[in-house]
Design a protein around this ligand. Sequence first.
Ligand SMILES: Nc1nc2c(ncn2[C@@H]2O[C@H](COP(=O)(O)OP(=O)(O)OP(=O)(O)O)[C@@H](O)[C@H]2O)c(=O)[nH]1
Ligand SMILES: [Mg+2]
Length: 363
Amino acid sequence: MNKALYLMIGGFLGAGKTTAILKLARHLTSRGLRVGLITNDQSVGLVDTAVLSNEEFAVEEITGGCFCCRFNSLVEASDRLSQGTRPDVFIAEPVGSCTDLIAAVSFPLRKIYGDDFRVAPLSVLVDPVRAERILGLQNGNSFSPKVRYVYGKQLEEAEIIVLNKCDLLSLERQDRLEAALRSAYPGPEILRVSAREGAGLEQWLDRLATDDALADSAPDVDYEIYAEGEALLGWLNASVLLRSETEVDGNELLRALAARTRQALGDVEIAHLKMTLTPDEDGGDIGVLNLVRSDGPAELSHSLNAPLSSGELLLNLRAEADPELLRRSVLDALAACGCQVEIRHIENFRPAKPQPTYRMAHV
Ligand SMILES: Nc1nc2c(ncn2[C@@H]2O[C@H](COP(=O)(O)OP(=O)(O)OP(=O)(O)O)[C@@H](O)[C@H]2O)c(=O)[nH]1
Ligand SMILES: [Mg+2]
């Protein structure tokens, strides 16, 4: 029996992992392969799961901690997918504030489950505008040093750096950013893609399908700094029922919620605000809004086709701020949205210190 291919698509919050996974999954399906997707978060109510399930791919989610800290859940999720769809290719999206994936996930998978899976090189996606700011190539809001430590560690352990969203940058800016990345992180190959436009995906997928994981040792990570950096990011997940006497434009509703949340957060740096709105009435329609930095545009990556009178809103917010401020900002925005609001679940917290199930510095 052929081994299943295991792809892990990492990268910081908002880099475009879910978008890329969706596109890769479509490519693989069109090549006649079965795919199984695995999402991950510290808490429940995941926008990513809603987005990926909407396309009817088999999706398992791991909540309550990252892959590293819930390694056995990752393997169980893969088993469940195997029993159902029997995927030829698994694609796993780790939490965007997570690092040390080589030591805590890739190596244990290779060492313990090497007979079941062929583990592909770890791809780390990069949002170019975020990266330009972190590398000092452009001015603009960014994160504090310990959050940037986590960001840097993600790139240091990358086996392939995937410069995503190239549609946003001129060729000149792409060249400058690639040179800066190459100088700071000389090891990995750098690919340029636009997950949204589909550019460069075939080439990336070919690399993933043909190359085995390359690393034989993992970078050192200072878990104290990593834990502090991750905990500087406030986390909020909410699941809300919205109802209105008259039909409303769900796309405008999402835009208004994003605008009010951003305004209430003041000068806090947003890592990712993402929402889905799923109407009760209609099968298959979904609205998805993303905001990946405080001064960035709020983007409807998926628009609703028709107005709605009731639906479920999932809202996930990650920003460098006190989680209580996140909660107040989101509740204020909901209170002003003009709909009846029934909160089914809301949770705000700082991620706990990561404690990996395994940590193998070498394989
Ligand atoms: N312009 C452009 N936008 C993109 C591209 N890929 C993703 N995006 C946008 O980036 C935003 C974030 O995308 P996601 O795929 O949700 O990012 P993510 O890395 O999964 O985010 P987290 O799961 O929160 O870490 C969305 O608005 C996407 O539409 C791209 O190639 N070009
Ligand atoms: Mg995602």
